[in-house]
Design a protein around this ligand. Structure first.
Ligand code: MG
Length: 406
């Protein structure tokens, strides 16, 4: 299989898609969005196309290394977002080619459902209790709120604490609330605010400082009784290593900014070594959300992985009989309906019937209903429809050398 074309589609200033086509008729889609910089990222994708045309799209790691680490200038929001969109498209091709969802290729599902959160923001204060109550009634168990203004250096935290208390009262004690400060709070102001949040049962505080001040994260971790989360403006394992060493509890790589599924899978592995969890950041569009869900189903470090089943109890072992030694455990391929039963002795051939084996548990489709509803809302919000994909692409590069297509 060879890549024959790479196309970018700029739909809004917060939404761009990339399509990678192959000579086998399989095409993959990715979301190469950097909000308000979509055309810049599309230009970066165009620049990277030379490395892709004629290449085997199934060699994702090799292509990722070339795109992300093959040049003199690496990383950063623009280049990492371009790599991220292309990486999503390559995983999409691989999944379609093998006929399985991407999480199967990443090691198989680790859960039957993935937890999601919903925003309950108001225009004039921190959180809207009415929206929070609606989300809780719809079954959302984690709600995120954010202040809508730049927090003053000497601003009193009391109004924000009152707003958060109203949201807590609206949803009750069983719903988690996350506070996203969007880096709008200075380090001294966050140091003042964080210890006051504990009585409100805030589950985590996101971006309590701007990324350029990440070297001061450790001081906030030390003064905060609430777990801290950062990551939507970090772009590589190197970036995340620094904040993990500072002691953050939750990392939030954005699959359209931090090198795609390939790099974010590695970041999740890295987080595991620091006893941290991941909450993939997904505010962009439907393809990015689909990529987030694939990672969420493949990793155990997803924020509050309460749906990971307990292992089945082990069967009792046989007593050790030196004359009849039996293995304590044997791994065998489970029988299939086409297997013939093995007779115990002559004369029994064909008399035993094959006992039906229990079917393996499959991922419940109903668990994806909420993400699907959110998916459809996002499609409506961004006014994307299938027909939009027939728009003239912003950029299209096609392989011109027939020898590279073979
Ligand atoms: Mg955020």
């Amino acid at each position: 299989m060879r890549i024959t074309a790479v196309e970018t589609f700029v739909l809004t200033n917060r939404h761009a898609l990339v399509k990678v086509s192959t000579d086998e008729g399989v095409a993959g889609w990715g979301e190469c969005t950097l909000e308000n910089w979509v055309r810049t990222v599309a230009a970066a994708v165009e620049r990277m196309t030379d490395h892709l045309l004629g290449a085997n799209p199934l060699r994702i790691t090799a292509l990722w290394q070339t795109l992300a680490r093959g040049g003199f200038y690496r990383g950063g929001p623009v280049l990492s977002s371009a790599v991220a969109g292309l990486d999503q498209a390559l995983w999409d091709i691989k999944g379609r080619w093998h006929g399985v969802p991407v999480h199967e290729l990443l090691g198989g599902p680790t859960r039957d459902s993935a937890r999601i959160y919903a925003h309950a923001n108001a225009s004039d204060r921190t959180g809207d209790p009415r929206r929070a109550r609606e989300h809780a009634a719809a079954g959302i168990t984690l709600i995120k709120v954010a202040p809508q203004h730049q927090i003053g250096f000497l601003e009193s935290p009391d109004p924000m604490l009152a707003d958060l208390a109203a949201v807590r009262e609206a949803v009750g004690g069983s719903v988690d609330i996350g506070l996203d400060l969007h880096g709008r709070s200075s380090v001294p102001q966050s140091r003042r605010l964080l210890p006051l949040l504990a009585p409100l049962g805030i589950a985590f505080v996101e971006e309590p400082l701007r990324p350029e001040h990440s070297d001061q994260l450790g001081s906030l971790v030390n003064c905060s009784p609430v777990p801290l989360a950062v990551g939507e403006r970090l772009y590589s394992r190197t970036d995340f290593r620094r904040v993990l060493e500072a002691g953050v509890a939750i990392v939030q790589p954005d699959l359209s900014h931090a090198g795609g599924i390939t790099e974010c899978f590695r970041i999740a592995t890295q987080a595991e070594t620091y006893d941290a969890q991941i909450a993939p950041h997904s505010p962009i569009g439907p393809v990015a959300l689909a990529a987030c869900l694939q990672l969420a189903f493949a990793r155990t470090e997803l924020l509050r992985p309460g749906t990971v089943p307990e292992p089945a109890p082990r069967p009792e072992r046989h007593h050790l009989d030196p004359h009849r030694l039996r293995p304590a455990h044997t791994s065998r391929r489970p029988p299939t309906p086409t297997d013939r039963p093995r007779p115990r002795h002559r004369g029994e051939r064909g008399r035993r019937t094959l006992r039906r084996q229990p079917r393996p548990t499959r991922t419940r489709v109903t668990d994806l209903e909420l993400p699907r509803r959110q998916f459809r809302r996002m499609v409506r919000k961004h006014r994307v429809s299938v027909s939009d994909f027939h728009l003239q692409p912003q950029h299209r590069r096609q392989s011109t050398d027939p020898s590279r297509d073979e």
